[in-house]
Design a protein around this ligand. Structure first.
Ligand code: SF4
Length: 559
């Protein structure tokens, strides 16, 4: 066994201070046996997306090591990355499809399972239209899998009842970016953190959630040009303990706090008037609103002392390179989008965006969850196209070679809770749940479990484990996990990593891509001229992903 450190006890590892604007490398490794070969991959357990190699011996994973050359982590791995791969070996993995017969889930063949899905799809379409088919997916597939699912949903079936569990996690990130910038793309890079002179972490406990990125900050703070750190969190987290100024507002008062900071920054004249004039709208309105949030009033609402608020505003207003990050403390709180947008506004009025050391990252939960949004599996359309913009819809229809009316743009996409509500009311008859466990993770569990148990709802669950949701399903499809399939994913700062298949999935489990391609072929989805997958597909899906998946998948990567 080789372990470069006990990452459970020593979460962030030894300090390797930045020198001359560069973050030194440090390779972390944990292997239980000496690998026979290493397979290139990246960690999917937080949105940092650290690059790593998977060690393989005799067809089994035996450990991981960080990839030294990678810009995201320069060889480092945190406790989740070093230990998470062990889950692949769980004896609880699903290995064969299961179908409900006489009230019990019993093993079946892939052919029977896929024939049943296709038959149920066609029956539902014929009797109720494709609008009666719902797809509730995940933040954990690979880009190519999501994109294939997006084509199936939007160009194959034509349903607008598609959403990911990202809806309940970091939907605020998408919404805040769209509200401010008109598009859900992240305007920042981890490289900016190497040169920023002030960092704001709003509701973001980076020390616990993105441990390698936190090492990058600690290493800057230990280096020759340390940045100031302002942290907003009601709790005294590890992140907050490190801060130069810790703002601990009462829960639910983030908007008032941000308004107070914006007011002080504007009042002190720390704004970039040229930038505001050239690149923003509505500054006067913003100024009028935040003027009402005097430090004394903000203290009354938030509990943050006037002195502390002023100290934070001085740092944020005086910085020459300001970088801001946002996460769940803002997303899962009162007025989530408004509070997160005010962080965007802080960088905008200071002109701190689009140049080195300046920017914003509205963080995600996992690198793969960014792909849910990029590909339109959150109910939007691929590459951040807007369902409400006819030009976007026509452009997509042209790329997919389908009639624009096939693409469901006549109504707002139904979000996750609406999909379940529609199932409850009986207007959704077929619900395909992919790599997520709503019987545990959605609000009002008793209601969700009752919905999933309805006689007149056909429920398919595609997962690696027999989850609480799978136990209620009519059909269960065993899926491969990370390391058992090849694909790419996009981390929070838009670095795309490829993860190669290192080992075979257990038993008869298949990659999600294989399952989607098999379904698409059996459904015989067509564009205007030929099959939507006219370049062919294979049962195992490894050699031929399909013309459309490759074409637009690579366009997203290039973007
Ligand atoms: S910081 Fe995130 S991506 Fe990196 S090893 Fe830890 S969990 Fe994985």
């Amino acid at each position: 066994m080789k372990e470069t450190r006990d990452s459970i006890k020593d979460i962030w590892g030894e300090r390797t201070p930045h020198k001359d604007g560069k973050w030194p490398t440090r390779v972390d490794e944990r292997t239980l046996e000496r690998p026979q070969r290493w397979v290139r991959s990246a960690c999917i357990l937080c949105s940092n997306g650290c690059a790593l190699d998977i060690g393989v011996k005799d067809g089994r994973m035996v450990g991981v090591r960080g990839r030294e050359a990678d810009r995201v982590n320069r060889g480092r791995l945190g406790p989740k990355g070093l230990h998470g791969w062990v889950a692949n070996h769980s004896p609880a993995r699903l290995t064969r499809p299961l179908v409900r017969r006489d009230g019990k889930l019993r093993e079946t063949t892939w052919t029977q399972a896929m024939n049943l899905i296709v038959r149920k799809t066609k029956e539902t379409q014929k009797k109720y239209t494709s609008g009666a088919i719902g797809i509730y997916n995940t933040g954990q597939l690979f880009l190519e899998e999501y994109y294939t699912l997006s084509i199936i949903s939007h160009a194959g079936l034509g349903t607008n009842c598609v959403d990911g569990n990202t809806r309940l996690c970091t939907a605020t990130a998408a919404q805040a970016l769209k509200e401010t910038f008109g598009s859900d793309g992240q305007p920042g890079s981890y490289s900016d953190l190497d040169v920023a002179d002030c960092i704001l972490m709003a509701g973001h406990n980076m020390a616990s959630t993105q441990t390698v990125l936190w090492s990058r900050i600690l290493d800057r703070r230990a280096g020759d040009n340390p940045p100031k750190l302002v942290v907003v969190d009601p709790r005294k987290t590890w992140t907050a303990r490190e801060a130069d100024v810790h703002l601990a507002p009462r829960v639910g008062t983030n908007v008032a706090l941000m308004n107070g900071l914006l007011n002080l920054v504007i009042e002190a004249g720390n704004i970039d008037e040229d930038f505001i004039e050239e690149h923003t709208v509505g500054f006067e309105k913003l100024e009028a609103v935040v003027r009402e949030y005097t430090p004394e009033r903000v203290e009354q609402i938030t509990g943050v002392p006037v002195k502390t608020l002023r100290a934070a505003a001085r740092l944020l207003g005086g910085a020459e390179k300001l970088f801001s990050t946002v996460l769940q403390g803002f997303y899962q709180s009162h007025q989530a989008t408004a509070a997160s947008v005010q962080v965007n506004n802080l960088n905008l009025i200071r002109g701190m965006i689009g140049k080195p050391g300046c920017g914003i990252l509205q963080m995600n939960g996992q690198p793969t969850s960014e792909n849910t949004r990029e590909t339109g599996c959150d109910g939007e359309f691929p590459a951040f196209r807007n369902w409400h913009n006819p030009e976007h819809v026509y452009d997509l229809a042209e790329r997919w070679n389908v009639d624009p009316m096939k693409i469901p743009h006549w109504h707002l996409p139904n979000h996750a809770m609406e999909i379940f509500r529609n199932a409850e009311l009986g207007s959704i008859k077929f619900l395909w749940i992919i790599c997520t466990n709503p019987a545990v993770s959605l609000p009002e569990l008793h209601r969700i479990r009752k919905i999933l148990s309805q006689e007149n709802l056909f429920v398919v669950v595609q997962d690696a484990f027999l989850t609480e949701t799978a136990e209620l399903a009519d059909l269960v499809l065993p899926a491969a996990m990370w390391g058992e399939k090849t694909g790419t994913f996009t981390n929070a700062d838009r670095t795309v990593h490829i993860s190669y298949q290192a080992v075979d999935p257990p038993g008869e489990a298949r990659s999600d891509l294989d399952i989607f391609l098999d379904y698409a072929a059996r459904m015989d989805f067509r564009d205007k001229d030929e099959s939507l997958w006219s370049n062919g597909w294979t049962q195992r899906g490894r050699s031929s992903i399909g013309r459309n998946a490759l074409r637009v998948g690579s366009a997203i990567i290039a973007g």
